[in-house]
Design a protein. Structure first.
Length: 428
């Protein structure tokens, strides 16, 4: 994409094409869902658009169809905003989910922020969330095309009065000084993909924080100047990256770990070093677990035999090292000190922090014995889950070769001590 294309997509003709293409795409997917296997066809979409606007630039038609594809892909992440904005593949890959961006913006507002410097704003979606929370935003983006898309997006969302998009490299001293001059808070989302390296059609992830763009030492320098600073980071970051007095937060949405964030002291809840936020569409508000101590200082939870229930903590708690929080909530214990399965006899549901399974049978893992038990229970469909064992759930499920039956079960495989065990369960 180039600047000319961004302008064309934002023009009246581009917007009309986008509306027509979106309507056609919605209809095609509806027909496909109703049983028409030929409904979703890019060639049919092109033909339809050219009939609608026979004089449209073919290149614009192609870009419009790309936007429709990206918008459909973005809906689970961005919700209704996806129908209003312009996207790129890499931009969507790094875009913050709307619900998570809004939660962060609310925390900034609650901490007293009024003007956020969004340094490396990408498509402008975090900047838009800050603006929805009533904050002014100076959004800096190095790539001119991405900056143009961010400008378009905040305007399309009705937030242009609160967001100023600046094109330039935030790591350049003069531009950084200007961006921070009136700001009382900062947010950084370093690029963690290398666009010049591709694998399976996507940019390659960069795991070393020193090689992020901007690099982590630069982010720390911004935080030294603006104490209300937070940065979005990869979920696999080491806990040691959390600054003194700061907090690392892992967030999941409907069971999927979506991001981690490191915040400096003025954006950190008092006495919090590690935190998980679990967002569930089934719950009115996010569930939060937190600890005041570093992971290395955490008191190990008790370990003991399986009880009536096994609980699988959400990935956000596991990454945050907060499995002990679930143990304490249910008066439970771990099956093994190195396995993140909690067991208890207490009938206590801590959803959505953990998924609960009722245990019907526990046995040392043996495929033949496991199969015999499932057949005796009338189980014809099984879900296999595992932790800390080399057993492959797909292979186990295939090799069970269960006969047709109406029953279902969940088989949890876990290493206990040196040996794998199998637990035949049903979900709560």
């Amino acid at each position: 994409m180039d600047l000319e294309t961004v302008a064309a997509l934002g023009s009246p003709a581009g917007r009309a094409l986008l509306e027509a293409a979106t309507a056609y795409d919605d209809g095609a997917h509806a027909r496909a869902a109703a049983g028409d296997p030929t409904a979703v066809d890019p060639l049919k979409a092109v033909t339809h658009l050219r009939r609608q606007q026979p004089y449209a630039d073919p290149r614009l038609v192609a870009e419009v169809l790309t936007q429709v594809r990206l918008r459909r892909r973005a809906r689970p992440r961005l919700g209704g905003l996806a129908r209003l904005i312009l996207l790129t593949d890499d931009g969507l890959e790094q875009a913050t989910r709307t619900v998570v961006a809004d939660l962060r913006a609310q925390r900034y507002a609650a901490a007293g922020a009024t003007h956020v410097a969004d340094l490396g704003c990408g498509l402008g979606l975090d900047a838009a969330a800050f603006a929805r929370a009533g904050l002014r935003v100076t959004a800096v983006e190095r790539d001119p095309v991405t900056a143009a898309l961010a400008t378009h997006n905040v305007a399309a969302l009705g937030l242009a009065d609160l967001v100023t998009v600046v094109t330039g490299d935030a790591t350049e001293a003069a531009l950084l000084d200007a961006a921070l001059r009136d700001a009382d808070a900062a947010y950084v989302d370093p690029a963690r993909r290398n666009p010049s390296a591709q694998r399976d059609g996507r940019s390659v992830r960069v795991t070393n924080p020193e090689l992020w763009s901007p690099p982590w030492p630069w982010v720390s320098q911004v935080a030294a100047r603006i104490p209300r600073t937070a940065a979005k980071v990869a979920p696999g970051i080491p806990h040691e990256m959390t600054p003194p007095g700061g907090c690392a937060t892992w967030t999941s949405v409907d069971g999927q770990l979506v991001e981690a964030e490191i915040a400096w002291p003025e954006l950190t809840p008092p006495g919090t070093r590690r935190r998980s936020i679990v967002v569930s569409s089934a719950a009115a508000r996010p569930a939060v677990a937190e600890s005041a101590v570093d992971l290395v200082d955490e008191t190990p939870p008790p370990v003991g035999p399986v009880g009536r229930w096994i609980l699988e903590p959400d990935d956000a708690l596991i990454r945050a090292g907060l499995v002990a929080h679930v143990v304490a909530q249910v008066d439970g214990r771990l099956l093994d000190p190195h396995v993140a399965y909690v067991t208890t006899d207490a009938d206590i549901d801590v959803s959505p922090l953990a998924t609960r399974f009722e245990v019907h049978h526990a046995m040392p893992y043996d495929l033949a014995h496991l199969r015999a038990d499932l057949v005796a229970r009338g189980v014809g469909h099984v879900v296999v889950k595992k932790r800390a064992t080399s057993l492959d759930p797909d292979v186990v499920r295939r090799d069970l070769k269960l006969p047709r039956a109406s029953g279902s079960a969940v088989v949890i495989l876990a290493r206990v001590g040196d040996d794998p065990w199998a637990y035949v369960c049903t979900p709560d």
